[in-house]
Design a protein around this ligand. Structure first.
Ligand code: AMP
Length: 330
């Protein structure tokens, strides 16, 4: 059994990325062969400095390794090394309608922030390229944050149309797996909104995994909460406290019910926040040290990309070859 997932090398990695995806990847290593990639082509969907992509690509691979991914169990690769993804994208793009793409929540949110005359076609068709990523490695599951589930469903629709038209079962969409905790981490300054890389860099609402640990403590301690003082899970009426509980549950690998039990006697939000901050800081300290170790060894990182491009391409070529035959390109 295989699993697939990726993260874009844009901006600094947030606590949302970490708890929603990175932290869970290593759990998959024991049950699946994970194919985890740096989604560098996806990074081009919004204007970005070339050096930013280059540097963030190494950052991301270092985070993958720092979070415990083992190169003997996981195929860590760079999306753009797999040339087949572009070709498959060009083929399957004919199996989806513009109306369907324009209804994607992420597209609506991202394009709303742009000049309406300058919305890139790549931003619009992003879920198609993602579908190509999902098909090429014959994977069974894809661990993602909740924001990506709609895109996986779209891939399933493309799969259904394609396989029906050609009476085949070549395209296979992995099942989206959203972890029970951590899949929807909210901003600390506005807990009704997703914590996002694209927020203002200086926002107090976003924790970056490379933040100074004193800054992390300040951000947690000043997280927006309600006027009550009881710690219990109620995302509608207590979004700030519920978000901190979710962060804690995910860090400790326990359920929200267990966090509820642990803190129901807690009389002050300050005490609860301090617990969350301590727990987060101790995990981040280890991650940051491990990250530095890998990030300073570019040669090793290049070797990993080179070796794994070969492994991932082998699978990609097999699938693409079948697709090209069935549609008449071969
Ligand atoms: P991206 O940075 O858009 O490439 O996202 C990489 C992964 O992080 C995806 O699986 C997202 O679903 C996940 N992710 C991003 N932001 C959050 C968040 N605030 N909470 C949980 N998961 C997130």
């Amino acid at each position: 059994m295989k699993a697939i997932s990726g993260i874009k090398p844009t901006g600094r990695i947030t606590l949302g990325n970490y708890l929603g995806s990175l932290k869970h990847f290593k759990e998959y290593q024991n049950k699946y062969t994970p194919y985890i990639f740096v989604a560098d082509i996806h990074a081009l969907t919004l204007p970005i400095d070339p050096n930013e992509i280059r540097e963030r690509t190494y950052d991301l691979l270092s985070y993958y390794l720092a979070s415990g991914l083992d190169i003997n169990k996981t195929v860590l690769f760079k999306q753009s090394d797999i040339l087949e993804v572009g070709q498959l994208n060009s083929i399957i793009i004919n199996f989806i309608y513009m109306g369907e793409l324009s209804r994607m929540t992420q597209f609506k949110q991202k394009s709303a922030l742009l000049n309406q005359e300058a919305i890139g076609v790549g931003l619009f068709t992003y879920p198609v390229l993602m579908a190509a990523d999902l098909y090429l490695y014959d994977c069974d599951v894809c661990p993602v944050g909740e924001d990506q589930v709609q895109h996986v469903e779209l891939a399933r629709e493309i799969e259904r149309r394609f396989n029906k038209r050609y009476q085949t079962n070549i395209l296979k969409t992995p099942k989206a797996i959203v972890s029970k905790t951590g899949s929807r981490i909210k901003s600390l300054s506005d807990p009704t909104k997703k914590m996002s890389k694209s927020d203002d860099e200086h926002s107090k609402g976003v924790i970056y995994m490379d933040d100074d640990l004193n800054v992390v403590r300040k951000k947690i301690m000043s997280a927006v909460t309600d006027m009550d003082s009881k710690v219990f899970y109620d995302p509608i009426n207590k979004p700030g406290i519920s978000n901190l509980m979710e962060i804690y549950a995910c860090l400790k690998n326990i359920s929200i019910e267990q966090v509820d039990d642990l803190f129901k006697q807690c009389a002050r939000y300050g005490d609860f926040k301090k617990e969350v901050a301590d727990c987060l800081i101790s995990e981040m300290q280890v991650l940051q040290e491990r990250f530095k170790y890998y990030r300073n060894n570019k040669k090793y990182l290049d070797e990993i990309f080179e070796k794994n491009a070969g492994i991932a391409r082998k699978s990609a070529q097999t699938i693409l070859n079948k697709v090209e035959k069935v549609v008449g390109l071969k």
